[in-house]
Write a protein that binds this ligand. Structure first.
Ligand SMILES: [Ca+2]
Length: 332
């Protein structure tokens, strides 16, 4: 009896133990799986959101990105402009984003260095959209030194015009070892020998009445003329004041140009050498005008023709090939 009882007790214990093990395993198993289920909730929400997004129309520039989301990103940040720029012509916008973040798992076939180069080249376009490179403003003074401008072209912020007859002027930025500020200057290079021909390069920024205006110039060539001039209170290509030096005539004169006709207000005789840099300056205040050559006052006169504000610019005559640099204007 004792042995049978012992056997029963042992069997009950064994069964309980097995049951406990099974129940325990189930509890453990449930506990183990409880955490992933909690973590899985946002993931499922994300999948649900993606399914919703997936039903929306896709942006044509960003393959795989819903149009509405692409539009929101584009409105929200300059970075989006960068990303969108980099996306142009590429297979996947998200790949660009991953590459930008340095994700080695990006499916972009190109290397991170190449991507960084693209980003670097795209950044200036965002930070500096249209830079008028050749001028620096300081205390109201604007200096055009042409040193950041592309050679062979008219510098940004200038417009070509012509008073009189003949072919269109050719104003170009050039590198020159003698330029007062390195490396560039602005040159009028067309050599049309029409006598009554006045090439103009007009600065588009600002309109001034009273001012201090100066420029460094070098008369380079010309058989009809070798002239260098500064215009101010310019109303249009046929109406303005001009002060000019002439290396063929050796004089330094102040003119008004009215409806395209030039007439002298005041003149001075002075040696103006070819092939050497000189500086001219004008001080205009109301109807009084003082003109300087290399710091020396040559003209002090009055005139009432143009009392109102106008633009400033550079001027030559006929077949003059003339170099200019460091055009500087200060309002007064
Ligand atoms: Ca320069």
């Amino acid at each position: 009896m004792t042995a049978r009882r012992t056997t029963i007790v042992f069997a009950v214990l064994a069964f309980s133990s097995s049951l406990g093990w099974v129940l325990g395993s189930e509890l453990v198993d449930r506990r183990v799986h409880a955490t992933p289920q909690v973590l899985d909730t946002p993931a499922r929400a994300g999948r649900s959101a993606l399914e919703t997004i997936g039903s929306q129309p896709l942006d044509e520039n960003w393959p795989g990105v819903p149009r509405e989301i692409a539009a929101q990103i584009a409105r929200s940040s300059p970075l989006a402009e960068l990303i969108r720029g980099l996306s142009a012509g590429r297979s996947s916008a998200p790949a660009n984003v991953s590459a930008f973040a340095g994700d080695p798992g990006s499916d972009d076939s190109r290397g991170p260095a190449e991507t960084r180069q693209e980003i670097a080249s795209a950044l200036p376009a965002i930070a500096i959209p249209e830079s008028p490179a050749s001028k620096a403003s300081r205390d109201g003074t604007t200096i055009y030194n042409f040193d950041q401008d592309a050679a062979g072209k008219l510098p940004p912020g200038f417009q070509v015009a012509l008073t009189g007859r003949g072919s269109q002027p050719v104003w170009v930025v050039q590198a020159d070892a003698t330029a007062p500020s390195q490396p560039n200057l602005l040159a009028q290079t067309s050599a049309d020998n029409t006598d009554y021909r006045f090439p103009l390069a007009i600065a588009q920024q600002g309109s001034l009445q009273n001012l201090s205006l100066s420029v460094k110039f070098k008369a380079v060539a010309g058989s009809v003329d070798r002239a260098a001039g500064l215009v101010f209170r310019l109303q249009d290509a046929n109406n303005y004041y001009v002060v000019r030096a002439n290396a063929l005539e050796d004089n330094f004169n102040f003119y008004r140009v009215v409806n395209g006709r030039r007439s002298e207000i005041k003149g001075s005789k002075v040696k103006v050498p070819t092939g050497e840099w000189r500086e001219m300056r004008i001080e205009a205040e109301s109807n009084r005008f003082k003109c300087f050559l290399d710091g020396k006052q040559m003209i002090d006169t009055t005139d009432e023709t143009f009392a109102e504000a106008g633009k400033i610019g550079l001027w030559t005559k006929a077949d003059s090939v003339t170099y200019f640099d460091n055009l500087q204007v200060t309002p007064k």
